[in-house]
Structures are given as C-alpha cells and as structure tokens.
Design a binder for this molecule. Structure first.
Ligand SMILES: Nc1nc2c(ncn2[C@@H]2O[C@H](COP(=O)(O)OP(=O)(O)OP(=O)(O)O)[C@@H](O)[C@H]2O)c(=O)[nH]1
Ligand SMILES: [Mg+2]
Length: 310
C-alpha cells in the first residue's frame, strides 16, 4: 500500500532544510572541524527541532570521531550526520499490521487538531486504491461537527460511517463499528477519536476503554493504534508521544503537516525519545497527501543535495 515518492518527501521538507542543511552547509564549508564548529553545528540541530536528547548523542559521536582522527574537515560533519541519522532506522517493517483473519481495526488517536480525521481520510483513500473495503467508526462523539466532517470525507470516498449519539459513549460506537465491520465482512475498520490532551487522565482512560471494547468485538483489535503528531508543534510532539505511549500500547506514529513547517527535525527527536515507529507522514491537506515513512528518502530529503526544480 502507498508507494513512497522521494520527491514529494523532499518537497515537503523544504522549509526544514532551510533551517537545517542550508545553514549547516554554510557553516562547515572550508572550515576545520574543531570544537568551535562542533558547538555551532549543535546550535543548528537544536534550532531545527532535532531535540536535546538526539542532538546530544549526535554531537557526542561527532566529537568522538573527530578525536579519533576519523573526521577533520567541516564537510565531514554532513556525511557523519547523514550516516548517524540513517542508523536510527535499521530495517524494520513499517507497513500496517493486518489481522490474520477478519477485519483489521485501526484506532487513531492524538491531541486536538493534529490531523487525525484527515489522516483517516488519507488512509481510507490509499486502502480503497488497494482494493480494500473500509468502514469508518465516528468515535469522536464530543466535538460538534466531528461526525459530519468524517461523513463528508466518507461520502467522497464511497465508504460507510458507523455513528452514535452526540455526547454518547465513544466506546459503544467503537463496539458497534467493529461489530458492523465483522458482520459486513469489510477488510478494514478505522476508528476516529476525539482529540485529547495527554495530561487529561479521564480521557486517556476513555481511550484505553475504546481499545478494550474493540478487542471484545473483534479478536486482537485494535491491530494498529496510531498516534497522530503535528510536526508544527515541535518538541511538544515529543512529550505527546511519550505520554500516549505510556497510556496505550502504540503500534505506530503518523507525523502530519510536514509540508508547512520548518520543524521536520522533530521526526528525529520523536524517534530518539520513543521506540514507536513512524509509519506515515502527512505532507498536505488532500486525500493523496499521505506518504509511508521511508527513512532513506527522509534522510536524503533532509541532508541530501537540493531537489532539482523540475
Ligand atoms: N498542511 C497540512 N495540513 C494538514 C495535514 N493533516 C491535517 N491537516 C490540517 O489540519 C487541520 C486539522 O485536521 P483534522 O483532521 O480535523 O484534525 P483532528 O486531529 O481530527 O482534529 P480534532 O478532531 O478536532 O481533534 C485541518 O485543517 C487539516 O486540513 C497535513 O499533513 N498537512
Ligand atoms: Mg477529528
């Protein structure tokens, strides 16, 4: 499902490149890789939202390689960063985890406005292109207009939505959606949920309940619990990933809005902070603007030479 398009990824990282690789190149060109330069590189990484933890590890490694005589020119730092960031994603399966039998249930969560519903529409689009049948569960019974928003996408895509009462129990909608998915024999059930802050205890418990109830309806569900993070929120996204991962077992992350931000370095920060794999990235507002996370294309997009303007 979904082919990674290096150019689309690179294009979406344009603004991030302007605070990361562009200033790095300006800094290192023709200079010796000494402590002054290392400190300046550290400053660029921090400003580009790579995060304190990842930056520290990368800079310590850089310093060690310089001490060991492996690197000496300023330009060497770029190759080092590219290699070290690549090594953060050893080969792992980043595709969706499908149920062995019966519908696969995807639970989508995250804080308010990060792009959950839009991501569901994009996933739905990609799955439909793949010939899969999809049913949506409108478990955001909280926000007025949330169900309608999902229904508008669903109509465009030609898929059905299971809904409940406004203000009703979202877990009940999850149960009904899974049950309907099983009885209709659909391939995928995707559950949309209301935005919740990671610090809202009762809402985090509600999320646990939604997951549990889905599992009562379909064995092994949810087969994927995807946390959606908005890249424009920078280091706050890291805190969200850490907190949600403690509340529910997450199987994947979706990092949205990379197209409009200079904070794409946050993908590195999130990776360093929690082991949950980034499975998809959002690179725009239309149904086609979802990309599978491709570490190689991502690192090339961040640190590689500029895209040709074709
Ligand atoms: N540029 C850009 N905008 C996006 C992306 N993903 C989502 N958006 C926009 O972000 C806004 C919020 O998206 P929603 O999908 O409603 O977010 P949500 O998490 O469901 O919001 P709540 O249900 O209110 O918590 C919308 O205007 C989307 O068009 C993306 O990858 N890129
Ligand atoms: Mg929503």
């Amino acid at each position: 499902m979904l082919k990674s398009l290096g150019r689309k990824i690179k294009d979406s990282l344009k603004r991030t490149r302007s605070v990361l690789i562009d200033p790095l190149r300006d800094l290192v060109t023709g200079r010796r890789l000494d402590e002054t330069l290392i400190k300046e590189i550290e400053g660029v990484l921090l400003r580009a939202d790579v995060g304190v933890q990842a930056t520290r590890r990368l800079i310590d490694g850089l310093r060690a390689d310089v001490k060991a005589g492996k690197l000496s020119k300023g330009e060497d730092a770029i190759g080092y960063l590219k290699r070290s960031v690549s090594a953060m994603w050893p080969p792992e399966d980043l595709s969706l985890n499908y149920a062995a039998e019966g519908p696969t249930v995807l639970l989508v969560t995250g804080v308010n406005g990060v792009g959950k519903t839009t991501t569901i529409a994009k996933l739905c689009h990609a799955l439909r292109e793949d010939g899969k049948t999809v049913l949506l569960g409108a478990c955001d019974t909280f926000r007025a207009g949330a169900v309608r928003q999902l229904e508008v996408w669903a109509e465009r895509m030609g898929v059905d939505v299971v809904r409940g009462q406004q203000g009703g129990d979202p877990a009940a909608v999850a149960f009904d959606a899974c049950a309907a998915g099983a009885s209709r024999g659909v391939d995928i059930v995707i559950l949309d949920t209301a935005g919740r802050l990671q610090t809202q205890e009762s809402l985090m418990r509600q999320l646990e309940k939604i997951a549990k109830v889905a599992g009562k309806s379909i064995e092994g569900a949810p087969h994927e619990t995807l946390l959606v993070l908005d890249s424009t929120s920078g280091q706050n996204a890291v805190a969200q990933a850490e907190h949600f991962a403690k509340a529910v077992p997450l199987s994947g992350l979706v990092i949205t809005k990379l197209d409009g931000t200079a904070k794409g370095g946050v993908v590195i920060a999130v990776r360093e902070a929690c082991g949950v794999p980034v499975k998809f990235i959002g690179v725009g507002e239309t149904a086609e603007d979802l990309q599978p996370f491709d570490p190689e294309a991502f690192v090339e997009g961040l640190f590689g030479p500029a895209a040709e303007s074709a």
